[in-house]
Design a protein around this ligand. Structure first.
Ligand SMILES: Cc1cc2nc3c(=O)[nH]c(=O)nc-3n(C[C@H](O)[C@H](O)[C@H](O)COP(=O)(O)O)c2cc1C
Length: 199
């Protein structure tokens, strides 16, 4: 697929994955896409750690939900085709069994740490889709590692104390039918043409 807009429209968040792992070369391209994301002040502060160990991912996925209070989201609905942890409270992992999980870190104390991380994530999911790989952006990075197990992993991964996880990108192959393009709500944009009105 060559048209970037078409690719953006077709990309969907996938929450049902096959066990099949994605190729290492594809993952390297997806991580590279993340590293090339726009970033505040050109500081290139974000870091990406890709985990290809399903046992570790399952453990982290459970920690991702450990302090998630679904009650605050009562009545919210995400997707019937690809139910999220909000739609199905019986789900125990926030990572939906994805075979590869990428954690994106940013500085703890930097104004644009979060937007930087999510720009990485967006570049990654688009590159993934271009490669035929399914993905989903996941929140709650901060709390996922806020425990002894998480802290030990960060030391192992040589993430400095000055950094914190901001989000995740799940990667794998879609199990079942890939969801269709989702229509957009109307009235969400405005284009202001050049006029003399404000001169
Ligand atoms: C900032 C952000 C946080 C998100 N966090 C989660 C999450 O924690 N769990 C999840 O299943 N999906 C998460 N998503 C995916 C959204 O639910 C998804 O993008 C949205 O429902 C629209 O569906 P689509 O991506 O298929 O178009 C997140 C997306 C964004 C942009």
């Amino acid at each position: 697929m060559n048209d970037l807009l078409e690719l953006m429209k077709e990309r969907r968040s996938i929450r049902k994955y096959l066990e099949k792992q994605i190729p290492r070369e594809a993952l390297e391209r997806i991580v590279e896409a993340g590293l090339y994301a726009p970033n505040a002040g050109g500081g290139q502060r974000s870091r990406i750690v890709a985990v290809r160990n399903p046992v570790l991912s399952e453990k982290l996925g459970r920690l991702n939900l450990a302090h998630f209070n679904r009650a605050t989201l009562a009545g919210s609905f995400v997707s019937a085709e690809q139910p999220s942890v909000i739609d199905d409270p019986s789900m125990k992992s926030g990572f939906y069994g994805a075979p590869t999980v990428c954690a994106i870190f940013g500085p703890t104390d930097f104004l644009y740490s979060i937007p930087d991380a999510f720009c990485c994530a967006e570049n990654m999911v688009l590159e993934a889709h271009a490669l035929g790989i399914a993905s989903c952006i996941i929140a709650r990075g901060e709390e996922t590692f806020d425990n002894e197990f998480g802290k030990a992993l960060l030391r192992q991964w040589q993430i400095p104390d000055t950094m914190i996880a901001r989000c995740f990108v799940l990667l794998g192959y879609c199990s079942g039918k890939y969801p269709a393009v989702k229509p957009r709500k109307a009235g969400r944009s405005l284009i202001v043409e050049e006029t003399r009105e404000h001169d």
